[in-house]
Design a protein around this ligand. Structure first.
Ligand code: HEM
Length: 413
């Protein structure tokens, strides 16, 4: 029997902790005993920060962007007092009122109406992807299936030519994969990841030049190049940051919900059988997959003033880290929170965040997930795991890098 965990065992800074899957036991302990908890500094991983693990507290923090700002970093890494050129310029690291103005520039492409209009095209891409593997009877679910749809959709929306999609996939993996030797390059660590970020920014600088030379296009980068805030165009750096944010957010999240969702269905055959018998459950199944996988593991805020939260004194300048997978298993909110239930209603999970920075692409992600699972379940209903699941070494992106699967080969449609 293993000894019970205590607060002195809590270690959420070290990315290696997440390689075996999410540390739900640690989060459960924190929710029960110290829902607002000062995590000690763990060099070289992260300085000290406050852990926020309860559903209601994440809502309270996210809905108060004046007290808890994004403009001094949105991850546990780095010291908020050390300036970074992205602070206040990369949309996800800006605060009101500038944040609202930046968001308005891209919002139109992500409204429910705009997203609904994409469905036929998203379905055509999903069919092509499933067709490509259905006859093989085996494959790597991540690279053969899950990664392809979000990559294609976001690249098309941004006007990235097809010849560059694989490069976008590699560079965005390296950007988020700082702690993972496969993604960042063996022995390169943070440097490999920083180089990839730089390369992506350069790529979007070149794309920006092209859009300036050929104005009037309808893709997102063209729209952003032509946009202005109070009569001022975005500068080159803001455009590069927008490119970076959209390619990473569009590409590194839904992929992991798709893979984690298929894994959950394979691990809960009774839930898959239920879904196959009753396809009308797909919308609730998609929400449950997003709650269950919570592929963005944390986002951070920095307090602008001294403030008390559940009796804990948080000082101005200190960092708070919100753990979404923990909020999404909060037993005070979700009955049988540790049960995967494709018919779960209500299911007001926080996987997309809440408040000021609520995920811009939530509707798009939901569409991509519903369509790929519709196509997959119809064509390949008996997929099974064929080897170990290879997880990303990260406590920021809940990634699965490889997932070998087998299934009965299906004829082409
Ligand atoms: C299952 C898939 C996804 C999950 C779990 C997810 C999660 C999140 C979360 C938690 C935030 C909140 C950040 C905060 O409060 O600090 C966020 C913001 C954002 N997401 Fe997503 N996301 C997903 C898919 C997408 C997609 C497909 C896009 C498409 C471009 C996207 C674009 C963005 C952007 C641009 C922001 C920043 C919004 C802002 O600063 O106002 N996301 N996402």
């Amino acid at each position: 029997m293993t000894a019970a965990l205590s607060l002195s065992d809590v270690n959420l800074s070290e990315p290696g902790v997440f390689v075996q899957g999410y540390p739900h036991e640690q989060w459960k302990l924190l929710r029960r005993e110290a829902p607002v908890f000062l995590h000690p500094a763990m060099p070289p991983y992260a300085p000290a920060f406050w852990c926020i693990t309860k559903y209601d507290d994440i809502i309270a923090v996210s809905r108060d962007p004046h007290t808890f700002i994004s403009g001094r970093g949105i991850t546990m890494f780095g010291d908020p007092a050390v300036p970074d050129p992205a602070f206040g310029r990369l949309m996800i690291m800006t605060d009101p009122p500038r944040h609202v103005r930046l968001r308005r520039l891209v919002n139109k492409a992500f409204t429910p109406r705009a997203v609904a209009a994409l469905e036929p095209h998203v379905r055509a891409i999903a069919r092509e992807i499933v067709d490509g593997v259905a006859g093989q009877g085996r494959g790597d679910f991540v690279t053969d299936i899950a990664a392809k749809l979000p990559l294609a959709v976001i690249c098309e929306m941004m006007g990235v030519p097809r010849a560059d999609w694989q490069m976008m996939f590699d560079l965005s993996n390296r950007t988020i994969g700082a702690g993972d030797p496969e993604y960042s390059g063996p022995g390169t660590g943070d440097q490999g990841s920083m180089m990839a970020t730089f390369q992506l920014m350069q790529y979007f600088a070149t794309l920006t030049l092209d859009r300036r030379a050929h104005p009037g296009g309808t893709d997102l980068m063209s729209v952003l190049v032509g946009a202005d805030i109070d009569g001022q165009h975005l500068d080159d750096q803001e455009l590069m940051y927008f490119g970076l944010l959209l390619i990473i957010a569009g590409n590194e999240t839904t992929r992991n919900a798709t893979t984690g969702g298929m894994l959950a269905l394979m691990q809960h055959p009774e839930q898959r059988a239920r879904l196959l018998a009753e396809p009308a459950l797909l919308p609730t199944a998609v929400e449950e997959i997003i709650r269950w996988t919570s592929p963005v593991i944390h986002m951070a805020r920095v307090a602008t003033r001294d403030v008390e939260l559940r009796g804990c004194q948080i000082r101005a300048g200190e960092k708070l880290v919100m753990w979404y997978p923990s909020a999404n298993r909060d037993e005070e909110v979700f009955p049988d929170a540790d049960t995967f239930d494709v018919g779960r209603t209500p299911n007001e999970h926080l996987a997309f965040g809440i408040g000021e920075h609520f995920c811009l692409g939530a509707g798009l992600a939901r569409l991509e997930l519903r369509v790929i699972f519709e196509e997959l379940l119809a064509r390949i209903p008996d997929m099974e795991l064929a080897g170990p699941v290879d997880r990303l070494r990260s406590n920021f992106v809940g990634g699965i890098k490889h997932m070998p699967v087998v299934f009965t080969p299906a004829a082409k449609t």
